[in-house]
Design a protein around this ligand. Sequence first.
Ligand SMILES: *[C@@H]1O[C@H](CO)[C@@H](O)[C@H](O)[C@H]1NC(C)=O
Ligand SMILES: *[C@@H]1O[C@H](CO)[C@@H](O)[C@H](O)[C@H]1NC(C)=O
Ligand SMILES: *[C@@H]1O[C@H](CO)[C@@H](O)[C@H](O)[C@H]1NC(C)=O
Ligand SMILES: *[C@@H]1O[C@H](CO)[C@@H](O)[C@H](O)[C@H]1NC(C)=O
Length: 361
Amino acid sequence: MLALFAGISLLSRVAAQSVTTYPPYAVSGDSTVQFTLESNGFDAPKVNFYNSTSAQWWYFDVVSNDLSQSAVISFLDNAPGATGSPSGVLPFNFIEVNLQLSSGQQISLQVSGQWVILTSEGDGLSGVFNGSGYSWTGASDLSSYTVTLDDTANELSGTIQLNSDAPYHASCGTATPGASLLVSDQLGWANSIPDGTAIVDLTYNGLPIKYTGRGYHDSNWGSMPLEIMGTYYWGHARFGPYAVVWFDMLDTEGVEHQLGYVSENGKILANSCGSITVRPTGANSTYPPNANQSPTGFHILYDMGDAGIFELNATNTAVIQIEPPLYMRWVGSVVGGIQGKETYEGVSLYEWMIGYSGPLP
Ligand SMILES: *[C@@H]1O[C@H](CO)[C@@H](O)[C@H](O)[C@H]1NC(C)=O
Ligand SMILES: *[C@@H]1O[C@H](CO)[C@@H](O)[C@H](O)[C@H]1NC(C)=O
Ligand SMILES: *[C@@H]1O[C@H](CO)[C@@H](O)[C@H](O)[C@H]1NC(C)=O
Ligand SMILES: *[C@@H]1O[C@H](CO)[C@@H](O)[C@H](O)[C@H]1NC(C)=O
């Protein structure tokens, strides 16, 4: 690990940068894993080094305003550890790309990275996965992020820019020092851009992919594979003045962890835990979910206390990733708002994962 402090004089402002490098292999020993927010470094690395079971990943997505296109890019540090897959199946440092094209075609790319260089400044983070052609830069106040793709092997290049329209937040409240970043006992979560205006400008095999839509960015981390932590529903939506993020996880002890966030016109309206339920709807919508059962949508009910009761219905319009029988991701249309007030329609991107505690099926 290398820490350097570059003093940059800009209108008497001094920006401190911290650079961390991670090798493309596990290091033995006990990692130090941070689950409490410090005074800065909201999107910074939370694991000091990766042993075979500790991992962190940075996630970006975009859904077009007409739901016909989407892009999801995940940068994983210790992908085998994060996913619990047997060693040798996935590269250690790994980029996963899923593109939904307007033609209906789905593109799925897996790319390996060499060393990972992460530079944090203020609350923002920039990352380079060496040798992959994939990197991103983040503003120190989390107001904008740009993911840059220069993947010559897959003939995919260009940028995805996210301009934040909703304040970042801790798990159950505002992002103040000391706030918890836990989803459950073992899973960390930092949601840097709950909702933003996204500008996609890519070229894939000579085909231009250009659209605007809603974007999102977060990071998760922990010291055990996600799959053995439990079953969850997660997603985000934008409709009218509202941006919503939900995370409803049922851990392996049978405890439900409910995390809700709603912003209105760029200001946080509610951000709390324990009073949001996310349930599948339509055919095949048992709860907790069973493997291979795909619902047609989700119903989200969030008691925001004095701010009212928020209700949202999401209806799947396309499956954008599927790893049967454990994982699915969709884009969908949403309708909802505060009960008794005006309702709005909009767009959403969401997923579920069915956890397990035994060997891979
Ligand atoms: C990795 O580090 C975590 C956190 O310190 C620890 O709980 C875990 O046992 C370590 N894993 C290995 C394989 O050493
Ligand atoms: C990343 O790649 C560049 C260019 O190949 C190289 O100069 C640099 O040393 C690499 N950094 C690490 C940490 O591997
Ligand atoms: C429910 O799931 C089963 C497979 O598990 C599938 O054959 C069936 O078509 C689904 N029903 C609906 C209405 O989607
Ligand atoms: C959501 O769907 C349920 C079931 O169809 C319906 O009762 C409810 O009114 C819908 N809510 C909104 C906000 O559309």
